[in-house]
Write a protein that binds this ligand. Structure first.
Ligand SMILES: Cc1cc2nc3c(=O)[nH]c(=O)nc-3n(C[C@H](O)[C@H](O)[C@H](O)COP(=O)(O)OP(=O)(O)OC[C@H]3O[C@@H](n4cnc5c(N)ncnc54)[C@H](O)[C@@H]3O)c2cc1C
Length: 482
């Protein structure tokens, strides 16, 4: 027998939604299909969901009142920033009857303290706006990633975003000094402290960083700023293999006093795709090489010493056989063109059929082993497969993608094998004490993999924290686990 919805529950839900609507007013309420559409689908089209409404509070107090109402009525909430999540974390499920809580209207830079080197911002500030504000104050906010014109600080914190500067500046976790969080029951935790030292019990902010909106809603943050680099040198080195890349990294770190701010590897297949499919890309070398290393150094000198140091290291590495050829950008435009080669790989992959993607991390010392062992395993499993391996080698984080063979496979047939491919790659990662999600989180896409690879005790501890902070389970239900 089909259970009929309880009329009293339906009335209560309608009353709570009406209260929320009154609270946030027209500016903060969207319930038309057209208006909600951009909030209910992922850009790549992998996920679409439903919601009773998209709610955009205009202040932290309003956001707290909305959560209090939702908690009282057990109405589920999906927090949303720029909706750029690559793991389906910011999209509600298909038969979701709760609200999407957008931070888009909380977009004020509250304070910039050049002596403390901190900026206090609303969670809804766009990452690029924060970078620009730091730049205007002759400072650097170093988080930098492809979605920076759209993603918001609250989303960056909730996914512990990484990007291209992690080697030098760390992940978002390392860039946050304080947080303001609205808890599921509507209480506001004010932890907006800009302290470099604070040993007063548990570090509560860490609970919310990387929590993907499952424990509360981040409303504001104190971010770390850094001196703006005076000199940037960008180069591309052709290397014989990933082992040579790692040796070159050690030398560069030693010789530049930690001046390496970007270190991105690209295998030949990866670069070839970027060259074949993205207009304007050009191979800087006359010959084909097995592997390429993008290098960015930054420093304060502005006297050319950084470039001179790099030239010296590259010359020595050429003599030792670790570098086969190299180009150093002569201008900002040339530097950007080198970065574009790396940044256009994901897009280029789309032109070569289906691809199963893995965003994994291993200890830096195991990166070369990982690429070698995992590539061999995939090629043995699927003859003709094109392994596209690239990424943040200096952080031990490789985007290890598998493109369907040029012949003999359909798109859907290849994608249907995703669980088998995941197992092959993730087992190798686990053997190397690595992580199945280096940057993008768990969301919807990697829940089964998390449950498979994390120890039961770790999962128990995560669930205990969730139960303590969100006993009614209203926050982003069904994400990470469940
Ligand atoms: C083109 C592209 C390139 C990328 N490159 C990188 C990269 O190099 N490195 C990297 O690490 N990542 C990368 N990413 C992923 C990126 O870091 C995340 O998509 C981004 O940080 C999420 O921010 P957002 O505002 O869009 O959050 P959303 O996508 O809206 O949300 C992401 C998660 O955070 C939660 N959330 C959002 N705001 C809040 C809040 N205020 N409080 C609580 N929970 C919240 C959501 O519920 C969801 O679980 C890339 C993404 C794209 C599209």
């Amino acid at each position: 027998m089909t259970e009929l919805p309880d009329p009293a529950a339906i009335r209560e839900r309608a009353a709570v939604l009406a209260n929320i609507r009154d609270l946030v007013g027209d500016k903060g309420w969207i319930d038309s299909a057209d208006g909600m559409a951009p909030h209910l689908k992922e850009e790549r089209g992998n996920y679409t969901g439903t919601a009773a409404a998209v709610v955009k509070p205009g202040s932290v107090a309003e956001m707290a009142a909305v959560l209090r109402l939702c908690n009282g009525a057990c109405l589920p909430v999906v927090p949303q920033g720029g909706n750029t999540s690559l793991v389906g974390a910011s999209i509600p499920y298909e038969r979701f009857s709760g609200i999407v809580l957008s931070t888009a209207r909380l977009n004020r830079i509250r304070d910039l303290d050049p002596v403390n080197n901190t900026m206090t911002v609303d969670a809804g500030c766009i990452l690029q706006t924060v970078q620009q504000a730091a730049n205007d104050a002759d400072r650097l906010f170093p988080l930098s990633l492809g979605a920076q014109g759209t993603c918001q600080i609250g989303g960056n914190i909730s996914t512990n975003a990484g990007g291209v500067g992690v080697l030098r500046y760390g992940n978002m976790r390392d860039l946050v000094l304080g947080l303001e969080v609205v808890l599921p029951d509507g209480r506001i935790w004010d932890g907006l402290r800009g302290l470099r030292k604070d040993n007063t019990g548990y570090d509560l902010k860490q609970w919310f960083i990387g929590a993907e909106g499952t424990l509360g809603v981040i409303a504001g943050a104190v971010l770390k700023l850094f001196p703006k680099p005076r000199e940037t040198v960008t180069a591309l080195a052709a290397v014989p293999d990933p082992e040579a890349s790692l040796r070159l990294l050690s030398t560069l770190q030693r010789e530049t006093g930690g001046g390496v701010s970007g270190y991105e590897i690209m295998t030949r297949v990866s670069l070839r795709m970027a060259l074949d499919h993205i207009a304007g890309n050009r191979d800087p070398f006359d010959r084909v090489h097995p592997c390429y290393q993008l290098i960015e150094l930054t420093g304060q000198g502005a006297d050319g010493s950084l470039r001179a140091g790099l030239e010296e290291v590259l010359e020595r590495a050429m003599a030792d056989g670790d570098v086969r050829d190299a180009v150093i950008a002569e201008s900002e435009a040339q530097g950007r063109a080198l970065w574009r080669l790396r940044e256009s790989i994901s897009e280029a992959q789309r032109f070569e059929g289906a691809s199963v993607k893995h965003d994994v991390a291993v200890p830096v010392s195991r990166v070369a082993d990982f690429i070698r062992v995992a590539t061999a395993a995939c090629e043995a499993a699927v003859p003709g497969i094109r392994v596209v391996a690239f990424g943040h080698v200096g952080d031990g984080n490789i985007h290890f993608n598998m493109n369907q063979p040029a012949e003999g496979w359909t798109h859907d047939g290849f994608m249907a094998e995703q669980p088998r491919f995941n197992r092959i790659v993730h087992d190798i990662v686990a053997d190397m004490q690595g992580s199945i999600s280096a940057e993008h989180g768990i969301g919807r896409i990697k829940k089964a993999e998390l449950a498979h690879y994390r120890a039961p005790l770790e999962l128990d501890l995560m669930r205990a924290l969730k139960a303590q902070l969100d006993p009614k389970g209203i926050m982003n239900p069904g994400k990470i686990f469940g």
